[in-house]
Design a protein around this ligand. Structure first.
Ligand code: PEP
Ligand code: MG
Length: 875
């Protein structure tokens, strides 16, 4: 039997999300629970995958099933494609497994041609509506299916409005819209070289193809990469009978949430437009009215809608985001899904659902996207400064956060300015989904038009960016890159601030303050900590980082990169004196200057961690990273070292390498200059002794970590230096102090010979930055140059330096664990590469049995939550 590629809404349900996509599964589920859903069918995600396998063609078998289901749909609705009595008009919408708002394409009013327009105009007695539908359809079809470009049609609308002396689309009458539809068709023929298709079946096949194709458009690819959505999933296509919100003033369309997606507050939250189609609301073309106004305009439909909201929230036990249409006073549901929300709202909703008895704490923990927490951990405006500032405008606080930066007017400029290190805010009349990369590069997005549910708001919320929308006071001149607000003209590069919670906009820069874990955030984190088994440590190089990480819940330091302690101007000099020595004595002299600085830093790290483990990694970078380049610095160094400028320059030159990432770094430094390892061991042990004396109740057991080991003999060699020095220090202090010497596993050979290495190592810590670099054989510093092409070519879906390559690098990790553990049952194992703070990588670490992940301070809560979810999902 042929595979089933198409399902009626009556044939599916909510559990079929993988096959029918989120929208299709929920349309089926709403149909099953008896809600008013215009009927139709869903073409599966598998058909999309097949379309790509067949060279971007819909094969005859799938086409046949689509045609068969058109017949079934005609039977159910009693309407027929192209019929002159009762014509069927449909919407064609994408719907992937995970919702990707605005990333793919939609076509409305499909099935129209001139004959059908005349029929519906006459039958409805509403010619204006009929022609409005037609001109919208031609516009959407040309743009989405034939890729003609919206701008040509928008220009024609503007010409028409000018000719008629009106400013709004709704002021154009039936004749104007008819004229416009004909002008659109002429434009189509002009651009495509063929007539606009009249046959609804041909239109439908073109539209379905276009939706499949839109799975691979650039903005969808960026969105997928950011949201961990695999390319292989594909999108389903939903073909649904149209309900019309644009048939007159007793019609309308809206988008609503059962709770506020920005704050999480319980209560209906949404927007509504009368005499409009869905795209008008979500595209932010007209600023809509508050949902409450619907109560006055359509009392019955509003009552019905409130009941539907309750039914859906009880059914899905989560906040719902719904699209609906009112046609001549009757409500139709077009979509429901678990609504996108800000991190703040996610926490509040999860806690409220527990308090309302709808969810268990475990379910509450599982329903929050850890990546979203990021936005809560970043600074907010200093309340005192905010109070003192007077807003220059107030609009909709669409996605919270504090944005402050230089104004740019295009997404491309935002990217360009951000690439050169500028903090920018993107100010736009309205955004379109194509702007996604520019939005990402900005501190925040401010739009003149659009509401809380416009694409700008939804996308910003999803990416944790700050957004203020619908700032109608702005008099925008995008072309000349300027706008006027509150009587002042603002140009590109001028600084403004805005608050994504209140919607207030301010002139100039407003200072920001650090975020804190409290309230609902604290509650969720407490729950998360009860479920997780993975420990979460932090990568902290300075006492300030360690303190921050501790506040955010770090349970120790998994990586202290000791070289980072020398970045500051007053310390780098001693470090340079050390590296520009040409005898052991000279080097020791410089190391003596460094020793007290390191010791004091280590003491503060132990203090900050209050007895939790602290891993100190010995010097790792290629030394040339620290050599002076400025003439004045070189002269200063020459003086300090009693050498000539030429001699210093010669030493610096000798430090340069062809391939520093694989050069004289890591444990190779301790092999060539054991005196460095002696100094670092002395500093670690003396610091530990002092802190232990001050806090006898704390467990102070230094973990000394040797980087870039590839051979057991390297580890043995370095360890000997460490042990001799440490034991002598401990004996001299007459104190009992245990310590451990372990290693990073960051060279494939270390993973391959982990059974040997584990005989000498007390612990392994996966340095997956280097391990990724050396497994793939490309440099972590240079990969950015070509990864874009790799994404485009679908060779990689993600940056392997951000998201762990479980297939390759992960296999090496598993192998190292399998080889190492039996040899040394006390071996503890962690990860401290960047992947330690990436949720899907954290889940992998949980599965392969690591003891801890270690990540940068701001990612500690993300890792805690991801670790809890990994434990819950893998019970
Ligand atoms: C690593 O390689 O993963 C690591 C943590 O070390 P670094 O990034 O300092 O090389
Ligand atoms: Mg490394």
């Amino acid at each position: 039997m042929a595979k089933k590629w198409v399902y009626l809404f009556t044939e599916g349900n909510a559990t079929m999300r993988n096959l029918l996509g989120g929208k299709g599964a929920n349309l089926a589920e709403m149909t099953n629970i008896g809600l008013p859903v215009p009927q139709g069918f869903t073409i599966t995600t598998e058909a999309c995958t097949q379309y790509y396998e067949d060279g971007r063609e819909i094969n005859p078998e799938i086409q046949e099933q689509i045609n068969e289901y058109i017949g079934k749909m005609e039977e159910i609705t009693g309407k027929k494609f192209g019929d002159l009595e009762n014509p069927l008009l449909v919407s064609v919408r994408s719907g992937a497994r995970a919702s990707m708002p605005g990333m793919m394409d939609t076509i409305l009013n499909l099935g129209l041609n001139e004959d059908v327009v005349n029929v519906i105009a006459e039958k409805s007695g509403n010619a204006r509506w009929a022609w409005d539908c037609y001109r919208r359809f031609i516009q959407m079809y040309s743009d989405v299916v034939m890729e003609v470009g919206k701008k040509y049609f928008e220009a024609l609308i503007d010409q028409m409005k000018e000719k008629k002396g009106v400013t709004q689309d709704v002021e154009l009458n039936a004749d104007d819209l008819k004229e416009l539809a004909n002008a659109f068709k002429a434009e189509y023929k002009n651009k495509i070289g063929a007539d606009f298709p009249d046959d609804p079946k041909e239109q439908l096949m073109g539209a379905i193809k276009a939706v499949f194709r839109s799975w691979d458009n650039p903005r969808a690819n960026v969105y997928r990469r950011d949201n961990d959505i695999p390319y292989s999933w594909g999108t389903a296509v939903n073909v649904q009978s149209m309900a019309f919100g644009n048939m007159g003033d007793d019609c309308g369309t809206g988008v609503a949430f059962t709770r506020d997606p920005a704050t999480g507050a319980k209560g209906l939250f949404g927007e509504f437009l009368t005499n409009a189609q869905g795209e008008d609301v979500v595209a932010g073309v007209r600023t809509p009215m508050h949902i409450d106004e619907m109560a006055e305009k359509f009392p019955q439909a509003f009552e019905d809608f409130k009941n539907v909201c309750k039914t859906l929230e009880d059914h899905y036990r989560d906040m719902q985001d719904m699209e609906f249409t009112v046609e001549h006073g009757k409500l139709y549901m077009l979509q429901t899904r678990n609504g996108k929300r800000t991190a703040q709202a996610a926490l509040k909703i999860a806690c409220d659902l527990v308090d309302e008895g709808m969810r268990t704490p475990e379910e509450a923990v599982a329903m929050i996207d850890p990546r979203n927490l990021d936005s809560l951990l970043h600074p907010t405006f200093d309340p005192a400064a905010l109070k003192a500032a007077t807003p220059i405008a107030k609009a909709l606080g669409a996605a919270p956060g504090a944005a402050c930066g230089k104004i740019v007017f295009t997404a491309a400029d935002a990217e360009e300015w951000a690439a050169r290190g500028e903090k920018v805010v993107l100010v736009r009349l309205e955004t379109s989904p194509e702007d996604i990369t520019g939005m990402k590069a900005s501190q925040g997005i401010l739009t003149v038009r659009g509401g809380m549910t416009s694409h700008a708001a939804v996308v910003a919320r999803g990416m944790g960016a700050c957004c203020v929308s619908g700032c109608g006071d702005i008099i925008m001149d995008e072309e000349n890159k300027k706008f006027t607000l509150n009587g002042k003209e603002y140009h590109e590069g001028d600084v403004i601030s805005f608050d994504g919670s209140t919607g207030c906009v301010y002139d100039g820069a407003i200072p920001t303050v650090e975020a804190k874990i409290a309230g609902e955030f604290g509650r969720i984190m407490d729950w998360a900590d009860q479920y997780r088994t993975l420990k979460v440590r932090t990568n902290a190089d300075t006492p300030a980082d360690a303190k921050k990480a501790r506040e955010l819940g770090a349970e120790g330091i998994g990586l202290c990169r000791t070289e980072h302690m020398f970045f500051e101007a007053d310390r780098i000099e001693a470090f340079r004196e050390m590296i520009c020595s040409d005898t052991v004595e000279e080097r020791k002299e410089a190391l003596d200057k460094i020793l007290p600085l390191q010791q004091s830093d280590f003491e503060q790290l132990y203090e900050a961690m209050e007895g939790d483990p602290v891993t100190i990694r010995f010097l790792d970078p290629p030394l040339h990273e620290f050599v002076p380049t400025e003439e004045a610095d070189i002269e200063k160094l020459a003086k300090a070292k009693n050498k000539t400028v030429e001699q210093i320059k010669a030493i610096c030159n000798s430090l340069h390498e062809f391939n520093p990432m694989m050069g004289h770094r890591g444990c190779r430094l301790a092999v060539t200059y054991p005196e460095i390892a002696v100094m670092q061991t002395t500093a670690v042990i003396r610091a530990a002794i002092n802190v232990k004396k001050a806090h006898p109740d704390w467990t102070i057991k230094p973990e000394i970590m040797i980087p870039l080991i590839g051979d057991i003999k390297e580890l043995k060699y370095c360890k000997k230096t460490v042990v001799e020095t440490a034991d002598a220090e401990i004996a001299a202090a007459g104190i009992d102090l245990e310590y451990e010497v372990g290693t990073m596993i960051e060279i494939p050979r270390a993973a391959l010979t982990a059974d040997q290495i584990a005989t000498e190592a007390a612990f392994f810590c996966f340095g997956t930055n280097d391990l990724t670099q050396m497994t793939f054989g490309f440099s972590r510093d240079d990969a950015g140059k070509f990864l874009g092409a790799y994404y485009d070519a679908k060779i990689y879906e993600n940056d392997p330096f951000a998201k762990l390559d479980q297939v390759g690098v992960g296999k090496l990790m598993e192998m190292a664990i399998k080889l190492g553990k039996p040899v040394n049952p006390n071996l503890h194992i962690g990860i401290c590469g960047e992947h330690g703070g990436d949720p899907s990588s954290v889940e992998f670490c949980h599965k392969i049995g690591l003891d801890y992940v270690s990540c940068s301070p701001f990612r500690v809560p993300i890792a805690r939550l991801a670790a809890a979810q990994a434990a819950i999902n893998n019970k």
